[in-house]
Design a protein around this ligand. Structure first.
Ligand SMILES: C[S@@+](CC[C@H](N)C(=O)[O-])C[C@H]1O[C@@H](n2cnc3c(N)ncnc32)[C@H](O)[C@@H]1O
Length: 290
């Protein structure tokens, strides 16, 4: 899976796309600062803390020192883990997301022939705009549709497309990825980044219901893809499940990228092609991919 060389400064990406789920980042940072302060306090006031533990909780000085040392180590380690998690969250949400969008674009060999592309769960439009930029670069007359769950997202996505100078290549459509508002066999390319694993989350991550919802999205993705079309999905945690479903749907050329850690989870790019025609039985051609 190739990667076009479009290195950009993360601050530039931040100015355009801002930070989705900034509350999570803030939560992690505040806790990291809290635990760091606690560990500094343990370091500065170790003896008084030991004396306090000895007087109130444990009668032995040695056990009090051990307890204070242990608590100090745990708070320091927690602070390091929380800073790491905050850093990884920030990196995943912006620079890595942008990088993966370039890799997804690079997984499609020829954009010049693409007429219709779809980005499922387009969010702020990092991937959507990467696709639009590629269409613009190759001089294609194609367009990319971003599917957003609500009108507000769609409007802010169009704003980012404007800032990237690709607004004429982008449209946004409100809808649910589990029931795509598009006809069968319509798109030449369907892409998605960091989205499918969020579908069905209300049922819990590891439940059969959530897996069923994700599979519906994969089924819909395949349904709207033209025979001969290409699908590329970057997602967290469920690559094996997508591959199984794509195999069941008899997709071709299924590829899985190496593991990339994103949002503290393992993520992969899964790409595939929809066969030009698929013979199920003797002379029977299946055209309904749901
Ligand atoms: C994490 S963002 C995806 C980021 C985006 N792909 C990008 O490259 O910037 C997930 C997006 O999917 C949208 N979404 C969530 N559930 C959806 C659903 N069932 N159908 C369509 N979109 C959905 C959310 O509104 C959110 O904007």
């Amino acid at each position: 899976m190739g990667k076009p060389s479009t290195k950009r400064d993360w601050s530039q990406i931040y100015v355009i796309y801002g930070m989705e789920q900034w509350q999570t980042l803030l939560f992690l940072l505040l806790h990291a600062v809290f635990f760091s302060s606690m560990s500094v306090l343990f370091l500065l006031y170790f003896d008084p803390i030991c004396a306090y533990i000895e007087a109130t909780l444990l009668s032995s000085a040695a056990w009090a020192r051990f307890a204070a040392g242990f608590a100090g180590c745990v708070t320091a380690l927690s602070a390091v883990c929380l800073f790491y998690a905050a850093g990884n969250f920030f990196y995943s949400a912006l620079p890595l997301h942008h990088d993966m969008a370039q890799r997804i674009v690079g997984a499609v060999s020829d954009w010049s022939t693409v007429k219709n592309a779809l980005d499922l769960g387009c969010g702020r439009g990092i991937l959507l705009n990467a696709v639009a930029t590629q269409l613009k670069k190759t001089g294609s007359s194609g367009r990319v549709v971003g599917l957003a769950q609500c009108k507000r997202t769609a409007l802010s996505t169009l704003r980012t497309a404007n800032m990237e100078g690709v607004q004429e290549y982008v449209t946004c459509r409100e809808g649910d990825a589990r029931r795509l508002p598009f006809p069968d066999n319509y798109f030449d390319v369907v892409v998605s980044a960091g989205f499918v694993h969020t579908v069905g989350r209300e049922h819990g991550h590891r439940t059969a219901e959530a897996a069923g919802e994700r599979m519906r999205v994969v089924g819909e993705l395949v349904r709207v893809l033209k025979p001969g079309g290409v699908g590329v999905v970057w997602d967290m945690g469920h690559a094996a499940e997508y591959v199984r479903r794509l195999q069941e749907l008899r997709m071709e050329d299924i590829r899985v990228s190496e593991r990339v850690t994103a949002f503290m989870m393992s993520s992969h790019i899964v790409s595939f092609a929809k066969p030009s025609e698929h013979v199920v039985g003797l002379g029977e051609v299946r055209l309904d991919w749901r």
